[in-house]
Design a protein around this ligand. Structure first.
Ligand code: GDP
Ligand code: MG
Length: 441
C-alpha cells in the first residue's frame, strides 16, 4: 500500500528540516504509483504530480509534524482541492419543473441513480417528482424505472409503446408542467461504448428540455477508461455534475479525480449500493484518503494538533527535555487519548495499528482501561505521582483499594508508565509531542 511505501521515503525524510526537491521527488514517485493503482488516468496523474511537486518543494515543515506527515498533508489537500473542496448539491432553484437529465454508458447505474435521487428529493426536500425513461433501446428499460418508481412511491411517466426519446421527453415535460411537478428526472439510454447515435439522441433531448442539471453517471470501477467516456460526453452536452456509482465496491476512487479533471464539473453524489437509499453526497476528503490508501492520517494529525493543548504540550516538552515523565504526564497523555476518541478511533485512522499497540505497552488499551488508569493515578499521592519509583507493594495495595482495581492493574499501569517514558524519549527525537502520530506510522 501507499502507506508502506511512503513509510520508506518518510523514514528518510523524518528528522530533516525542510522539504528539498530530491526528497519531494522521491515521495512523488510513490504517490504517482499509488494514483495509478487507484486508477487515476495517466494525464491527470501527471498534472497532479506537477502541481503538488511545485507546492511541496521548499515548503516550510511545521514544527509540530514530521516532513513525512507534511508531504502527506500537502498531497491530501491537493487531492481534496482537485476533487472539489465542498459537497455540491443539485441546483434546482428555478420555476418548476426543474429538469435533471442522466447520461452515461449502459450499465453505469443511470436508472438506479434516477430512482435514488428521486427518493432523496421526495424524502429530504419534500419535492413532487416525476421520472421518465427515454431508454427505448434496452427491452423493458422503461418498465424497470416504473417498477422502481412503485417501490419508492414516485410517479413515472406512463409508457407509450413505439415512441421515440425526443417525443417521450416532450410528453414528460408537458406532463410535469400540467400536473405541477417540482422536478422531472429524465433517465436516458446508454450504449456499451460511446457512439454518435447515442450522442445525437442525447443532445436532441437536451435541446428540447433544457435541463438545469445534466449528470454524467460513471461506474467508479471503470478506471482508466473513465476519462474517454467523460471527454466524449462533456464535448456533446453541457454537463453540470458527475455521479460516481459502485463506490461501495473495491474501487480506489481514482475515477473521481479523473472525472473532476476532465469535466471540470463537481461530483455531486456517490452511489454506495444497489438499494435505493444507497446514495450520499460526495465527500472529497474520504475519497482522497481512499486514493492514498492510508486511512485518515491527515485527520489524525489535525485532531492531534487541535486536541493537544498548547500549554500542556509545552509543559510536557520541557519535562521531556529534562528526561522526566511522571504519572501526571501519563494521566495527561491518557486524557488526550480519550479526547481524541480513544484508541478505538485511533485504530481506524492509523495504518499499522499493531505497531502502536506494541508501543502502547502490555495488553489492549481501550476507553474503559483508560478510565481505570485515570482512577488509579487519582488514588496516588502527589508525591507518588511525581516520583513513581516510590510505588512499593504497600502503596500499590492502597492505590488498588482506593481505585477499585487490583495490584496487578496497578503493576500494569506502572509498566505502561515506564514504556510511555521510553516512548516519550523517542517522540522527542521525532520532533515533539504533536509528532505523536508519527510513531504509529
Ligand atoms: P443503467 O444501464 O445505466 O441504467 O444501469 P442500472 O441503473 O440498470 O444499473 C446497473 C446495475 O448496477 C444494477 O444491477 C444496479 O443495481 C447496479 N448499481 C447501480 N448503482 C450501484 C451502486 O452504487 N452500487 C452497486 N453495488 N451497484 C449499483
Ligand atoms: Mg437504464
Amino acid at each position: 500500500s501507499l502507506s508502506d511505501r511512503l513509510g520508506g521515503v518518510f523514514d528518510r525524510l523524518r528528522g530533516r528540516g525542510a522539504l528539498n526537491e530530491a526528497d519531494v521527488r522521491a515521495a512523488m514517485r510513490e504517490v504517482r504509483i499509488a494514483l495509478l493503482e487507484a486508477d487515476v488516468a495517466l494525464p491527470v496523474v501527471r498534472e497532479f504530480i506537477d502541481t503538488v511537486t511545485e507546492q511541496a518543494v521548499g515548503a516550510q515543515v511545521l514544527k509540530s509534524v514530521t516532513p513525512g506527515q507534511q508531504v502527506v498533508k500537502i498531497v491530501n489537500d491537493a487531492l481534496v482541492a482537485m476533487l472539489g473542496a465542498e459537497a455540491s448539491e443539485l441546483q434546482l432553484d428555478v420555476a418548476p419543473p426543474a429538469i435533471v437529465m442522466m447520461v452515461g454508458l449502459q450499465g453505469s447505474g443511470k436508472t438506479t441513480t434516477t430512482a435514488k435521487i428521486a427518493r432523496r428529493l421526495v424524502d429530504k426536500d419534500r419535492k413532487k417528482v416525476l421520472m421518465a425513461s427515454l431508454d427505448v433501446n434496452r427491452p423493458a428499460a422503461q418498465e424497470q424505472l416504473a417498477t422502481l418508481g412503485t417501490q419508492i412511491g414516485v410517479a413515472t411517466l406512463p409508457i407509450v409503446a413505439g415512441q421515440q426519446p425526443v417525443d417521450i421527453a416532450r410528453r414528460a415535460l408537458n406532463a410535469a408542467k400540467l400536473q405541477g411537478y417540482d422536478v422531472l428526472l429524465l433517465d436516458t439510454a446508454g450504449r456499451l461504448h460511446v457512439d454518435q447515435a447515442l450522442m445525437d439522441e442525447m443532445r436532441a433531448v437536451a435541446d428540447v428540455t433544457q435541463p438545469q442539471e445534466i449528470l454524467l453517471v460513471v461506474d467508479s470501477l471503470t478506471g482508466q477508461d473513465a476519462v474517454n467516456v467523460a471527454k466524449s460526453f462533456s464535448e456533446q452536452v453541457p454537463l453540470t455534475g458527475v455521479v460516481l456509482t459502485r463506490m461501495d465496491g473495491d474501487a480506489r476512487g481514482g475515477a473521481a479525480l479523473s472525472m473532476r479533471a476532465v469535466t471540470g464539473q463537481p461530483i455531486k453524489f456517490a452511489g454506495v449500493g444497489e438499494k435505493l437509499d444507497a446514495i450520499e453526497p460526495f465527500h472529497p476528503g474520504r475519497v482522497a484518503g481512499r486514493i492514498l490508501g492510508m486511512g485518515d492520517v491527515v485527520g489524525l494529525v489535525e485532531r492531534a494538533a487541535e486536541t493537544i493543548q498548547q500549554d500542556e504540550a509545552e509543559k510536557l516538552a520541557a519535562k521531556m527535555a529534562k528526561g522526566q515523565f511522571d504519572m501526571d504526564d501519563l494521566r495527561s497523555q491518557l486524557n488526550q487519548m480519550r479526547r481524541m476518541g480513544g484508541l478505538g478511533a485511533l485504530a481506524g485512522m492509523i495504518p499499522g495499528m499493531k505497531k502502536a499497540q506494541a508501543a502502547m505497552a502490555a495488553g489492549a488499551v481501550d476507553d474503559k482501561v483508560l478510565l481505570r488508569m485515570d482512577a488509579m493515578i487519582s488514588s496516588m499521592t502527589p508525591k507518588e505521582r511525581a516520583r513513581p519509583e516510590l510505588m512499593n507493594a504497600k502503596r500499590k495495595i492502597r492505590v488498588a483499594k482506593g481505585s477499585g482495581t487490583t495490584v496487578q492493574d496497578v503493576n500494569r499501569l506502572m509498566k505502561m508508565h515506564q514504556e510511555m517514558a521510553t516512548t516519550m524519549k523517542k517522540i522527542r527525537k521525532m520532533g515533539g509531542l504533536k509528532g505523536l502520530a508519527a510513531m504509529f506510522g
